[in-house]
Write a protein that binds this ligand. Structure first.
Ligand code: SIN
Length: 194
């Protein structure tokens, strides 16, 4: 699968027929909201986990030195916290462009803070996409992120901003927090030995 997914995404759902369109954000879509929305709510999705397994050629890295950003992987009996936004169909020109590096729109049930469940969309970068990097230890992932940067800025800021947003919501994500911890160690002038 190519890693510019814009034309694939346009064919995946006919959003003009949807009464309400909700999108679930689990990564940068939590802390960088550069699109208008009608409603916003904290939300959960079932059986998915965040992983820094996707390459970023366009935001937190470059084609020659891709950074590492999030995708979701399936894991039974877990849930993933995020932010749900109700948006209009017009926003997908921008959203599909922003998420073009390997992400496809999938339909998903999201559970909002008020107890309602909405069927909506989530951008997931599947294993078959060309920009996929796959698993590595949290220490290796941190070392990769530490040296990466791209048009949207330092790769490490993706982790720091997300970790801060999760903490502000009282959410724990050990994958994110471990990578954050390793990044802080790498950035310290006094080297830790752990
Ligand atoms: C998301 O935030 O929901 C998708 C991944 C990203 O753009 O960081």
């Amino acid at each position: 699968m190519v890693h510019d997914t814009q034309s694939l995404n346009k064919k995946r759902q006919d959003l003009s027929r949807w009464d309400e369109i909700w999108i679930f954000g689990y990564g940068s879509l939590i802390y960088k909201v550069d699109f208008p929305y009608l409603k916003k709510s904290p939300a959960f999705i079932d059986n998915w986990q965040r992983r820094f397994w996707q390459g970023s050629h366009d935001h937190r890295g470059t084609p020659d030195n891709p950074g590492r950003v999030l995708t979701l992987v399936e894991e039974e009996n877990t849930c993933c916290y995020g932010m749900a936004y109700q948006v209009t169909v017009e926003e997908f020109e921008h959203l599909d462009h922003r998420e073009k590096n390997g992400y496809l729109r999938f339909e998903i049930d999201m559970h909002l803070a008020n107890g309602e469940t909405k069927l909506g969309l989530v951008y997931i970068a599947p294993q078959e996409n060309e920009a996929y990097l796959g698993p590595a230890s949290e220490k290796e992932i941190a070392a990769h992120i530490f040296k990466s940067r791209g048009p949207s800025g330092e790769n490490r800021d993706y982790v720091f901003k997300l970790a801060a947003a999760l903490r502000a919501a009282n959410e724990i994500d050990e994958h994110v927090f471990q990578i954050e911890k390793h990044l802080i160690e790498l950035a310290s002038p006094f080297k830790y030995h752990s």
